[in-house]
Design a protein around this ligand. Sequence first.
Ligand code: SAM
Length: 286
Amino acid sequence: MSKPTLGNPQNTIEILQKYHFNFQKKFGQNFLIDTHVLEKIISAAGITKDDMVLEIGPGIGTMTQYLAEAAGKVAAVEIDKNLIPILEDTLSEYDNVMVINDDVLKVDIRGLVEKENGGRPVKVVANLPYYITTPIIMGLFEGNVPVESITVMVQKEVADRMQTGPGNKDYGALSLAVQYYANVPPNCFMPRPKVGSAVIRLTRHAAPPVKVDNEKWMFDIIRASFNQRRKTLANGLSNSDKIDLPKDVITEAIAKLGKGESVRGESLSLEEFAALSNDLWEKKGR
Ligand code: SAM
């Protein structure tokens, strides 16, 4: 196989001009042109020929070329149909890449992994479109997709949100999902965020750190708690259609955590959300 040809500004510009490509802002398009960053992402992801990689948003195929060199198989999901002929061109040397022209949030990733990798966990690698980073990551976790690790380039604020705890303004559903589902090894930023982007690697926990009777229910509670940040936790939960429990039941469960009536969701730890969720799940079943 030939070496990757993209990843430098000159070849990237050439391809873009050849196909008269216009960037679409709504798809969060900005393409990597730094081979150093590309190599770091690939080595952080720890890909071998035994791996299937899912790439989200291949763009013109820059990182895809590197992934195709390193992995056994690559599935790349790209929403922009104007990029498909470009990808056919830039990936023509590789017979281990499949490109799927669709919105990644609509693709049955679980089914894809079942079909293409016999259900064995895949490694997700992406320079994510910034406007949908959170739904993509939450979707991978909550959709029970067999994922071994997620190595992604994200905005620095998003990386911060992933690693923060109660009381911080950035604390939210994404922070709790990352804590519940994944490990964030130390020193996982490459390059050190300087231009506002960071590469972060999440590896899936073998077992979550807390015991939860119903994960989906816990994340419904978490989302409802953060939906109305300025409301108290009790109000946020009782206003939610998904929770649908009387306010006194909710208040009682919050009191059991040793929290007062005015507590807000943003001050609860994962352990406290787990306890609250298990308690309310039991009440729900009655
Ligand atoms: N991987 C390329 C690179 O690093 O040069 C491109 C990264 S660019 C930040 C994000 C890519 O995701 C774009 O190609 C964009 O068209 C694609 N994209 C945006 N929204 C998407 C979605 N919902 N599903 C799949 N791809 C999407």
